[in-house]
Unconditional design. Structure first.
Length: 151
């Protein structure tokens, strides 16, 4: 099972449609759950990160393989990411991804993470990044099942 914990909600209908489409596609391979926690907005950075972390922690199962999305994390090609997911799933039936809010993630959550993942050194809007993550998860399943998928 794949669980994605995200700070904030999606407002744009075109992003909601893309998320629904990729979620539907991924369900062919595994169960998937997306959990949204409230974005604390533009309050003091330390306070926002702490409050968001409290909400995120409620949804983290200690038995799950935790992957945090971080600019400082390790970058993979799509094929490398697919292989990594395949390897993780051999020993862990549940993978939890965490996408933090505007200010990032509390160090406490980062320390629980077994993989610090980065898609780029660039900054992406959180709402768009959710689509990117889902697409890469879907692509990984296609690669691992030797199914064709556009490049």
């Amino acid at each position: 099972m794949i669980k994605i914990i995200v700070v904030g909600s999606i407002k744009e209908s075109y992003l909601k449609a893309a998320i629904e489409e990729y979620t539907k596609r991924i369900k062919k391979y595994t169960n998937i759950e997306i959990i949204e926690v409230k974005d604390e907005g533009l309050v003091e950075e330390e306070k926002a990160i702490r409050l968001e972390a409290e909400k995120i922690n409620k949804h983290i199962n200690p038995k799950d393989y935790l992957i945090t999305l971080e600019i400082e994390g390790k970058e993979y090609t799509s094929v490398e990411f697919a292989k990594k997911l395949d390897t993780i799933l051999i020993e862990n039936s549940n993978i939890t991804f965490v996408i933090g809010g505007s200010y990032g993630l509390l160090n406490d959550i980062k320390q629980k993470s077994k993989l610090h993942l980065s898609f780029s050194k660039m900054t992406f809007p959180h709402q768009l990044f959710r689509v990117l993550l889902l697409e890469q998860i879907y692509r990984a399943y296609k690669i691992n099942n030797n199914e064709s998928y556009h490049k």
